[in-house]
Design a protein around this ligand. Sequence first.
Ligand code: GLC
Length: 554
Amino acid sequence: MSEAAQTAPWWQDAVIYQIYPRSWADGDGDGIGDLPGITAHLEHLADLGVDAIWLSPFYTSPQHDAGYDVADYRDVDPLFGTLADADALIARAHQLGLRVIVDLVPNHSSVEHPWFQAALASPPGSPERTRYLFRDGQGDRGEVPPNNWQSLFGGPAWTQVVEADGSPGQWYLHLFDRSQPDFDWTNPAVAAELESVLRFWLDRGVDGFRIDVAHGLVKAVGLPDEEPSGTAPPPMWDQEPVHEIYRRWRGVVGEYPGDRILCGEAWVSPLERLARYVRPDELHQTFNFDYLATPWTAPAQRATITRSLEQMGAVGAPATWVLSNHDVVRHATRLGYDQHADSGLAGGIGPGDPQPDVELGLRRARAATAVMLALPGSAYLYQGEELGLPEATELPDEARQDPTFHRTDGALRGRDGCRVPVPWRSDAPGFGFGPGPATWLPQPIRYGDLAPDRQRGVPGSTLELYRDLLRLRRELGLGRTRLAWTDDGSATLLGFTLTAADGTVIGVLANLGDRPVVVPEGVEVLVASQPLTSPGELPRELPGDVTLWYRSAR
Ligand code: GLC
């Protein structure tokens, strides 16, 4: 690897693995994952070959939105352990060479946060209320919400409170669940508090933050109604002053040694606007949800990859890539549906809905991951995808816990299907999720066959494929290469080369069609997401929905 590549900061090509604490590993047997459980399983990740972990929130919380409703930003919820457990986790991860990124939820707190409780106990106009977005209602008696904004989880984005004297009172804004009141970021006390939270965790040794709802912190002045067909960004999203916040935070993390990072969860489109979050003095990275949402077709993939590299490159930031997370249907399932039609999966999948082609979904997921992990930049993996876990698509309604399900009376199934506890051992109760049989959501039977003990050391397993891809990606320095297309704009083939600073060239060929294509003669196969034609059989063929990494014969 060249000297420049060696000295470039780690995050420019890092592979970061997302752990959803309640569903990864349970240490105490209550059926909910926890920090000691995570610490005990970290070797799985060192062995997998990722660079860092990102932990979804584990802070004190009534868990109305699975911890994205924080009541104390400086403590660990007893469900997940203690601060000492967090310290132990960070120390063990560092020992194994894994960096640790934690989730920061700065857009809203929990209703149980002491500030919100103080606001409820204080009269309209009091300083306590100005840390959130309390407003008088419209209508003669203030019975109509202050504006027309809707909660992302369904229903109005406003809830009316009862004042101390028992009268119907002001309304507070919550872009998500009513248990998640939005802060007022024009109040300097809010900015000071969240900055102090950043420092609290930086002092404990974390390597960075994933910033929840990074595009939502600042609302348009006056909280105007949302126009149905507005051309400007909606008044609650992507407002100019958020950038000032990230400039300040970049300064804060920059005061600490060791290249700590900020990664934004900003559902901002088009990519030109997203790129503004990762200008040199703002966030280091931002999730690329355009890529996640791109169908598995060659033209669509090519276009998104090209635009992502261009737009992020234009501001000097690494492109990032992601296929799954805790808010979307797992890609092994998403890709098991027709890629030329809108599958309407955004709301989740339930027993009465059309079910995916499970085998095809996994085959395509492996091929898509093999494309993703070749790409220059940084990539995010979601727990369990290395096992090929599908979404749990047949969860009974009674088991569902996501507030979106309840706030929409079940019209949206919600996100529980991607949050089911992961299997560790095929023959153990709860597939080894914890010491006992309990799991907070029921696991699909087929999760047993996908447990790591069934896959480790098994050639061709999804786990071994991920290990191979990650090892080669690191050895070849793929995250720091230059991409050039070689596929002539084909409707079914993706082909590109990756050139390293030292001139090494690696080729990637992905067949997104359903007919096999001939693999050029003489190439050295580095890895393929499924076996090519049987050994010895010539010419070698790349079947449909398979990705190949190769080196040209010299
Ligand atoms: C983000 C999180 C999601 C959460 C929401 C509200 O989108 O990823 O899980 O529900 O923010 O905090």
